[in-house]
Write a protein that binds this ligand. Sequence first.
Ligand SMILES: C[S@@+](CC[C@H](N)C(=O)[O-])C[C@H]1O[C@@H](n2cnc3c(N)ncnc32)[C@H](O)[C@@H]1O
Length: 158
Amino acid sequence: MHNIKPIGTIKTPFKSIEDMPIQPKGAKDVEGIIILDEELSAGLKDLDGFSHIYLIYSFHEVKREELIVTPFMDTQKRGVFSTRSPLRPNHIGLSIVKLKSVQDNKVYVDGIDVLDGTPLLDIKPFIEKFDGVKDSKSGWLKASAEDVINKRSDKRFE
Ligand SMILES: C[S@@+](CC[C@H](N)C(=O)[O-])C[C@H]1O[C@@H](n2cnc3c(N)ncnc32)[C@H](O)[C@@H]1O
């Protein structure tokens, strides 16, 4: 197993899990600032040419794991790997956010859906030609895009 350690911290306005967005779609104009460890700053070279980036991070406030969960957008119990629940065995989260600017060791983004102080594990560029897919299916998810935008977190995964 590789030794994975945080590469920085994500600063956001969200101090509490309750009432925060559940996905970037619900956090459209919410600014986050990634503070990368200074010795890693050189790795941000050329990132500013991308409009969107993936943030991979640790749900650091989660203290337990569950294989069966009731997701925010459903009333049925689902296998955790068919959901975005933080209670997965490795508490790893993934968000695609809008890149605004890169300044020294700081990356300014919009559309952040994580708690303030979330440890960052990796950054990758979103690349339409690599990552775009046609005709995808969304399994159990019946909610509309509007529902996802409006849904706010509660403490079910605390
Ligand atoms: C449903 S997850 C989705 C996160 C990400 N977009 C994904 O798909 O992996 C988002 C929720 O995780 C919880 N959360 C966010 N940051 C967290 C953290 N650092 N520790 C624990 N829970 C967190 C909040 O309840 C938030 O609404």
